[in-house]
Design a protein around this ligand. Structure first.
Ligand SMILES: NC(=O)c1ccc[n+]([C@@H]2O[C@H](COP(=O)([O-])OP(=O)(O)OC[C@H]3O[C@@H](n4cnc5c(N)ncnc54)[C@H](O)[C@@H]3O)[C@@H](O)[C@H]2O)c1
Length: 265
């Protein structure tokens, strides 16, 4: 291998902002792709968040553009893909990070919340793949990285049925694409983070706890390592899966969870 492992590649990251100060999974992935040599299209519902990620990448001497778009809208997704095409001419890496967390089982979860979680977490990936796959097929190459969750395949202690079901769907959706396109040079893989210390949890998980300190202590304890992971753990896994070094890795669910999936207590 010569030079950074993603040299010459273009990555589009949906959900490339962060919901708060610091490094979320999507923001870290966008920065990590750039550091590995890719040109990056940072897409987010929140324009300022997308621009903040773009500005970090530019300040580090790499190339990026920012696009404000809602991944639940096909028109917005197509506009993002067009922006990528006109800025950089191709898309080699599609990274689907957009995801929201819900709280509650079937009794506590409103129908509107169920629909929203399914739409944001699953339909978004359907729409981005719908828009990007024809381009990858034309290129005869592409790598798709979908962010699922350990909670999509295991009970992690949280009663969040809509979130769990949506992340389960991410896995089967990814596998279906991986197999349909395996002969066309396109790979699709999932990353399943466990408990990660990202800005997201202070907004969308803290409601399960008395306060943030209680949440942080409990989540450190949940991990077999004694510590939560962070956005960079997800980002480094994504860079590998997106690279040609992973050319024979397709349709996998890669746990990034310190081994939590293997534990039965
Ligand atoms: N933090 C954890 O412990 C953990 C664990 C497992 C899985 N995950 C997954 O990681 C992903 C989120 O990670 P993060 O740290 O980057 O979270 P984040 O909330 O900081 O970032 C998500 C970004 O997506 C954007 N977004 C939300 N809805 C959108 C939409 N409809 N269109 C476009 N953009 C939209 C938000 O504005 C935000 O900037 C989710 O898929 C989540 O399920 C996180």
């Amino acid at each position: 291998m010569s030079g950074p492992r993603l040299n010459g590649k273009v990555a589009i990251v949906f959900g490339a902002g962060s919901i708060g100060e610091g490094w979320g999974n999507g923001k870290a992935a966008a920065a990590a792709y750039a550091r590995a040599g890719a040109r990056v299209v940072a897409v987010d519902l929140n324009a300022a968040a997308a621009e903040a990620t773009r500005d970090i990448i530019l300040s580090e001497g790499h190339e990026a553009i920012a696009v404000a778009a809602d991944t639940t809208s096909l028109a917005d997704v197509e506009r993002s893909v067009e922006a990528a095409r006109s800025a950089f001419g191709r898309i080699d890496i599609l990274h689907n990070n957009v995801g929201i967390t819900s709280q509650g089982g079937p009794v506590e979860t409103g129908e509107d919340v169920w629909d929203r979680v399914m739409t944001v977490n699953v339909k978004s990936m359907f729409l981005t793949c719908k828009a990007v796959l024809p381009l990858m097929e034309q290129q005869g190459a592409g790598a798709i990285i979908n962010i699922g969750a350990l909670g999509g395949v295991r009970w992690t202690g949280y009663a969040y049925c809509a979130y769990a079901a949506s992340k389960g769907a991410v896995n089967s959706f990814t596998q279906s694409i991986a197999l349909q396109y395996a002969g066309k040079g396109i790979r699709a893989n999932c990353i399943l983070p466990g408990v990660m210390d990202t800005p997201h949890i202070y907004k969308q998980i803290s409601g399960f706890y008395q306060d943030n300190d209680a949440m942080v202590a409990a989540r450190h304890k949940m991990s077999p390592t004694g510590r939560m992971g962070d956005g960079w753990d997800v980002a480094h896994a994504a860079v590998f899966l997106a690279s040609d070094e992973a050319k024979y890795i397709n349709g996998v669910e890669l746990f990034v969870d310190g081994g939590m999936h293997a534990r039965c207590n």
